[in-house]
Design a protein around this ligand. Structure first.
Ligand SMILES: [Zn+2]
Length: 239
C-alpha cells in the first residue's frame, strides 16, 4: 500500500476527499493525502479530517509511515474513532502550510546567495534555517538579507520537473548545475527549478512564484560546530 501524495502535483490544494486505508496506534493512513509528512527538514502538516457523520478529527502532526511513500496522520488525543474503508474529507491548515512553503522556497534562494555546501536545515512555521560548511566570518547578515531579497524581487515562477535516472545520466551538465546531487536508484527524481537562479532535487512544497515569499530577514548567525554555521531567517510579512 502507498499513499498518493496530492501535494506533490499541487501544493495549493487545501481540501479533498479520501478513504481510510489503515488505522494504527501511530495514526490514520489514507489512500491519498494533502498532508505533507515531516521530512527534508520541514515539519509535518496539521489540519482536520471529517468523517461521514461530520465529526471533526483534529490532525496535530503528519509523519512518514513504515515506508517513505506512506503517510500517517496523527489525531489529537481523544478524537472520534474511525474505521478502515470510511470516507473522509480533509483540510490542511493552509495559513501554516503557506508560511512553510514561503520559508522553504526562501531557503532555496538563500542557498544560492551563500555558496557553500549545505550540511543541515529546518523549517517551522515562524522561522527556517540552513547550516553551511563555511567560515563564520564569511557570513554577513545584512548581505544575506539584501541578496536573498534581491532574488525574491525577480518574481519568477517556480517549476517542478521530474527526470528519470537515465535522463540524468544522459545530461551530466544538468547535474553539474545543481546545487545538490540528486539521489539515484529510485527511478526518477523530482527537481525544483527556479529559472535563472536554482535547480536542485527536492520533494518538498514550494510557492508557485517566489514573489509570494514577500521578503526575509536574517534572525541570527551562529556556529553549531566545525562544519555547521547556522543561518536562521524569518519572513518580513507573516500574512
Ligand atoms: Zn525544496
Amino acid at each position: 500500500m502507498t499513499t498518493e501524495l496530492l501535494f506533490r502535483n499541487d501544493a495549493y490544494l487545501t481540501s479533498a476527499t479520501a478513504t481510510v486505508a489503515a488505522v494504527s496506534e501511530r495514526g490514520i493512513e489514507l489512500d491519498q493525502t494533502l498532508f505533507y509528512p515531516m521530512g527534508g527538514g520541514q515539519v509535518g502538516d496539521s489540519g482536520v479530517l471529517w468523517n461521514a457523520g461530520g465529526e471533526r478529527i483534529e490532525i496535530i502532526d503528519t509523519r512518514k509511515g513504515e515506508t517513505a511513500d506512506r503517510v500517517v496522520h496523527v489525531p489529537a488525543p481523544g478524537s472520534p474513532a474511525i474505521q478502515v474503508g470510511a470516507p473522509v474529507r480533509m483540510e490542511i491548515d493552509w495559513q501554516r502550510r503557506h508560511k512553510l512553503m514561503r520559508l522553504h522556497t526562501a531557503l532555496h534562494l538563500m542557498s544560492c546567495v551563500i555558496t557553500a555546501p549545505v550540511t543541515g536545515g529546518n523549517i517551522v512555521p515562524d522561522k527556517a534555517r540552513l547550516d553551511f560548511d563555511i567560515e563564520l566570518n564569511l557570513l554577513n547578515a545584512e548581505h544575506i538579507t539584501r541578496e536573498t531579497n534581491a532574488l525574491i524581487a525577480r518574481a519568477v515562477a517556480t517549476e517542478t520537473v521530474w527526470i528519470s535516472d537515465a535522463e540524468l545520466d544522459a545530461q551530466p551538465d544538468l547535474v553539474k548545475t545543481m546545487s545538490v546531487q540528486p539521489p539515484r536508484g529510485a527511478g526518477r527524481v523530482r527537481l525544483l527549478r527556479i529559472p535563472g537562479i536554482d535547480l536542485q532535487p527536492c520533494g518538498g512544497t514550494h510557492v508557485a512564484n517566489i514573489a509570494e515569499i514577500g521578503g526575509i530577514r536574517v534572525l541570527r548567525i551562529r556556529s553549531e560546530g566545525k562544519h555547521n554555521k547556522r543561518v536562521e531567517i524569518a519572513l518580513t510579512e507573516s500574512g
